[in-house]
Design a protein around this ligand. Sequence first.
Ligand SMILES: [Zn+2]
Ligand SMILES: [Zn+2]
Length: 356
Amino acid sequence: MKILNLHGVGNLVYEDREIPEPGENEVLLKVMACGICSSDESRVMETGTYHFPTVPGHEFAGQVVGLGEGCDPALMNRKASVFPLLPCFECEACRQKSYATCTNYKYFGSRNDGAYAEYLVVPAWNLNLLDDSVPYTTGALSEPAAVAHHAAVMSGVKKGDRALVIGTGTIGLLIAAFCQIKGAEVYIAGRRQESLDFAASFGFRTINIRKLRDEVNELTNGRRMDVTFEAVGSNLSLEGAIMSTRSGGTVLVMGNPKGDEALPKDVYWKILRWQLRLQGTWNSAFRAEGDDWKEVAEIMKEGSFPFERLITRKYLLSEGDEAFRFLQDKSVPKSRLMFVMHEEADRLKKEREARQ
Ligand SMILES: [Zn+2]
Ligand SMILES: [Zn+2]
């Protein structure tokens, strides 16, 4: 089989490896699609992985084509995405079924080899089964979708709420989607006009972040937002999120901070005076109460959101350098880039031929 193996920072090599054998309670997954996360961009191009070489890739879906001992035979041939975190099952967090906060975890695509590979052995426990009607490329969006779904749940957003998402990345758009599905009136704020136009094409109301306070006041008749999501990770957007939220409302904080977060005193005062709730969110719930992955699989099956439109470009596994070069070109706004393999790769080749 073919893999994309990271031998050093910026050194992603397309090479051969033996197809692995599933062990006890493990399955062999034929990987059909694997998203390129922005965290992969820093792993591959800046920071590297825990050790070299490592095969990146943690946002993937495929078909079960082999079963190890002890696996349910009904899993054979099923379509599935994969919870990429491998919990220890022993720490306090794991005992509470809060697997995403396990203190001794492994992870596909960073601590362990991931899914920039045609096949991957995964524990049956990590499978998130998908309906046959869900395209593999949609399924490969399960991980970012589960993270976004968890944020929406943690915010407590409900029908009739006005919800603002600051940030037009893939996660921002997915949060907006889940707020809309929950019946909220959804606004999304960003910097680039192309990104705002793209958000508007999903039916979200858009706000230019440079005029955030004015536009929020104008659009809500001074009542501001019930829930605001900070999905950027900068001082300015945290400040904007606080100032956009109504008295007694919720600010959901989830953007990765690029540095220290500091607030002007008058903004800080608003948290107190307006009795705002600041709520954090981390990863997603899997095989526990409020399983975000199951909810996302259900939404993908219903087809109430066009997930496929979040895929900006698809690449063959042999085109790793090209994909990462495009990812680093910040002059072009983009949502997810994705590697496709096997039948999905054949489909991509046909699409390209048809376009010529
Ligand atoms: Zn990711
Ligand atoms: Zn644990």
